[in-house]
Write a protein that binds this ligand. Structure first.
Ligand code: 0A1
Ligand code: ZN
Length: 849
């Protein structure tokens, strides 16, 4: 493989910067292909190092002039930056560069989206704007002047002055360059205000393209709820006079926490009942909160270097999860967190891309914005909180903000505040940050003379570059039920620290049924020789809602595995248990909906592989379909009454209660459509006045081979709305029959509105195919070839988005020799191009490695 600058960067090689920055002043004269950026940067030697080499990052810049203390200099310019002799004393660097935002399809640095200028600087995009020490441990206050005829000109901090064709912003809070942002465009705003708990009045705005004003109210409401929540729960107040959010159509990720000027993928902020599903509302609420919470965990306290990414991301995800649980219900949200963790992070941990929460090396940092850094990073914080208790956690967080405000910090700093605040030694706990892989905890038990003993053994399989694994500190929350279903031991957290350890419970009059890993207290897999009778018992009686759901989930997986591997049919005992859940009106509708959902193809492939078999995606698809039919037939009566009962009269509300009812109704519909020839779904589609029901009905129709006319009418109705059409593209592929998925995707890419350079549209087709497990893994290899062709095309325009989607191939070693061969060929074809990007080259190398 050709290696475009495949230079590996190591955590152990960290050295402090030679020069620090006192202040930055930037002037932008905006023009689509010739934007001029004038920078004036006050440097001073870093007293903590003797190194005096002056290096500024810079990529794809046309340097027009450079001065040090007013004198022209001629730096030595290379592809990735410049060096220049510099004084061993404070000095002022001035430079002028020219850049071309209009031709920037990578969407990093300054680029254009629908006539609007915007930026994305995390992780290393600022170096495409001007020459700068583009590393997070160099922090400075910024003053920014924007010159343009466009009416709205925004940057970080507070507005300081403006005139005809220009505006100036000043951000007093020292920040690294990755938090820099600039926006210029013809935008309209949805304004509001917020008074902080100490009485500071803050102007809030959501800026959007004209026409999108009607899709801002929910985002604004979520922002104000986030601001209040952070004050109440973490004591954190906002610290500028203004907080701006801008919606951008072309964006690689969900959103970005730039100081005072959050930039959002429009799909992560714009919503309305007619155009957005309940899932969209929930995601928007979580992302708005996430970006806002970064103001303290990420911006006021940032990362020393990119290896510490989980310091800000793990903590901020943990905080947004806490917020969403408070807004939407603890149990249901926890189940959703775990479903996402298993689907993305457990898969990552089990394959060639496994890496620690704090990686030790990288080639391209953009490849490390992963489920492991984000979601496992959040799980690690959840475990820490269980180990030190709620009070210990609150004390540690207060100390963290007090001690490190204004710092670029490390995981060592983070753990030290916990040690200092609680007195607990975290030496062993720290392994969670450095050891990759999902630990397996094997559970055996014994009962004699009123004494019940649980034995827990932990083991983590080798991962790339880490063959030996040490025991971790694993909080295992456990409860015990007696055979009548009464709880005889309320939840207690066992601390597993050894490879093998036993825990004893006394005074039990009969052998209890254990409920292990309540609330999913650690990101591990549990292995226990339980039978379906025990799982059915827990599904009926467990008092811990997470484990009640989990019992149903493991039961479904065990039934499905036997259907796939032994050709069995669904046992009546399972169908009866599920019917009892459907009928149990004491259960929250959202919970019931989750309990009625079956594991998907990818989830089953993971499970079957873990059982030591090679998964056959077609056989899994057939088994899932046959189980759905059995459930539909066995539960037809309760499902039909749920479908009627869960209908909502009155206006649409996106709140969790109504969303839960719609979700349960949709679960019922998806089964009933297998029985009623699409009658209910067709009627619902015609009557729906909100996108949740319209799209849900359409999904049920497509999945069952109906709905051709609805697919057409949907496009006629929504052709003008980019975000709705993304759903339309995606749905046809994700619900396609396996043998039709590739041809459907191919046909959709022929359409004029398949604007593939837009990451959302690209994901809605190529990403949807990669997630249709049986469609993507068709034995012909057509799915692999199709995805590979598009990744190659995208890699040339936007390496970051292409590289992220290449993870579709990361589970390749699970499959049979034919499929493995075809995937290896596809990956080799992607990686062997002379112009392969650094992002993609690293991903392919690791996946084939
Ligand atoms: N820090 C943002 C996500 C983000 C990360 C990288 C990006 O470009 C490489 C863009 C956004 C967050 O956590 O929300
Ligand atoms: Zn984040």
């Amino acid at each position: 493989m050709t290696n475009p600058a495949q230079q590996t960067i190591w955590l152990k090689d960290y050295t402090p910067p030679a020069y620090l920055v006192e202040s930055v002043s930037l002037t932008f004269a905006l023009a689509p292909r010739a934007t001029r950026v004038v920078s004036k940067i006050a440097f001073r030697p870093n007293p903590e190092t003797a190194d005096r080499s002056f290096f500024l990052h810079g990529e794809q810049l046309n340097l027009l002039s450079a001065k040090i203390d007013g004198k022209e200099v001629t730096p030595d310019v290379t592809e990735d930056g410049l060096t220049c002799p510099a004084p061993d004393a404070p000095f002022v660097w001035e430079a002028e560069v020219e850049i071309s935002p209009e031709t920037n399809t990578a969407l990093e640095g300054l680029y254009m989206s629908n006539g609007m200028y915007c930026t994305q600087c995390e992780a290393e995009g600022f170096r495409k704007i001007t020459y700068y020490p583009d590393r997070p441990d160099v922090m400075a206050p910024f003053t920014v002047r924007i010159e343009s005829d466009l009416p709205v000109l925004l940057s970080n901090g507070n507005p300081s002055a403006s005139g005809d064709g220009w505006a100036e912003w000043h951000d007093p809070w020292p920040k690294p360059a990755y938090l820099f942002a600039l926006v210029a465009g013809e935008l309209v705003n949805h304004p509001d205000r917020f008074t902080t708990k100490s009485g500071k009045d803050v102007e809030l705005n959501i800026w959007v393209r004209p026409g999108d004003e009607g899709k801002c109210a929910y985002g604004m409401d979520a922002l104000k709820r986030s601001m209040t929540w952070d004050e109440e729960v973490y004591g954190r107040e906002y610290d500028l006079d203004i907080f701006n959010i801008v919606a951008v159509d072309d964006f690689n990720m969900g959103a970005m926490e730039n100081k005072g000027l959050n930039i959002f993928n429009s799909s992560a902020v714009l919503c309305s009942p007619e155009t957005s599903t309940d899932a969209n509302f929930a995601r928007i609420e979580a992302i708005i909160a996430h970006e806002y919470f970064h103001n303290w965990t990420g911006n006021r306290i940032t990362c020393r270097d990119w290896f510490q990414l989980c310091l800000k991301e793990g903590l901020t995800v943990y905080r947004d999860q806490q917020f969403s649980r408070d807004m939407r219900g603890e149990a249901v949200h926890r189940i959703e967190e775990v479903l996402a963790l298993r689907a993305r992070q457990f898969r990552e941990d089990a394959g060639p891309l496994a890496h620690p929460v704090r990686p030790e090396s990288f080639v391209e940092i953009n490849n490390f914005y992963t489920a492991t850094v984000y979601e496992k990073g959040a799980e690690v914080i959840g475990m820490l909180k269980q180990l030190v208790g709620d009070e210990g956690y609150a004390k540690a967080l207060d100390l963290y903000f007090e001690r490190h405000d204004g710092d670029a910090s490390t995981i060592e700093d983070w753990l030290k505040v916990f040690e200092d605040a609680t007195g607990r030694d975290l030496t062993q706990f720290k392994r969670w940050y450095s050891q990759a892989g999902t630990p397996q905890v094997r559970v055996t038990d014994d009962y004699a003379d009123g004494r019940y003993t649980l034995t827990l053994e932990q083991e983590t399989q080798p991962t790339p570059g880490q063959s030996n694994k040490d025991p971790l500190v694993i909080p295992v929350a456990v409860g015990l039920l007696n055979p009548n279903g009464d709880e005889v031991q309320p939840t207690t957290v066992l601390e597993l620290t050894e490879a093998k350890q036993s825990f004893t419970f006394e005074g039990l009059s009969s052998r209890p049924v254990p409920s292990i890993l309540r609330g999913f207290s650690a990101p591990v897999t549990i292995q226990k020789d339980s039978d379906d009778a025990e799982r059915t018992f827990l599904l009926a009686h467990d008092t811990d809602p997470f484990n009640k759901w989990e019992a149903g989930r493991t039961l479904a997986k065990s039934v499905l595995s036997r259907m796939v591997l032994n050709g069995e049919t669904a046992p009546t005992s399972y169908l009866d248990a599920l019917r009892a859940v459907a009928r149990d009106d004491t259960l929250d509708p959202a919970f019931r909906s989750l309990a009625l959902a079956l594991p998907g193809g990818e989830d089953m492939a993971q499970s079957i592989f873990a059982l030591g078999h090679c998964p056959d995606p077609d056989a899994i698809f057939r088994a899932c379909r046959s189980l759905r039919d059995a459930i539909a037939a066995h539960l037809s009566e309760p499902l039909a009454s749920l479908y009627d009962q869960m209908a909502i009269d009155g206006p649409f509300s996106p709140d969790a209660k109504d969303a839960g009812r719609r979700s349960l109704r949709q679960s019922a519909l998806s089964y009933l459509t297998r029985l009623d020839g699409g009658e209910r779904a067709t009627a619902l589609y015609a009557a729906a006045d909100n996108m949740t029901e319209q799209l849900g009905a359409l999904a049920s129709l497509i999945a069952n081979g109906h709905g051709q006319s609805e697919v057409q009418s949907f496009a006629n109705q929504w052709g003008h709305d980019r975000l709705v059409m993304d759903k339309w593209f995606g749905l046809q592929i994700s619900h396609a029959q396996p043998e039709e998925a590739v041809s459907t995707a191919e046909a959709l890419t022929q359409r004029d509105d398949f604007d593939w350079k837009n990451p959302n549209r690209f994901r809605s087709v190529i990403g949807a195919l990669a997630m249709n497990s049986a469609g993507f893994h068709q034995a012909s290899g057509a799915g692999y070839a199709f995805v590979a062709d598009w990744l190659i095309r995208m890699d040339e325009a936007n390496p970051q988005t292409a590289a992220r989607m290449s993870t579709a191939f990361d589970s390749w070693r699970r499959y049979d020799a034919d499929r493995q061969g075809m995937i290896r060929d596809a990956l080799t074809r992607i990686g062997d191009r002379p112009n392969v990007s650094r992002d993609m080259a690293e991903m392919v190398t690791r996946m084939l490695g």
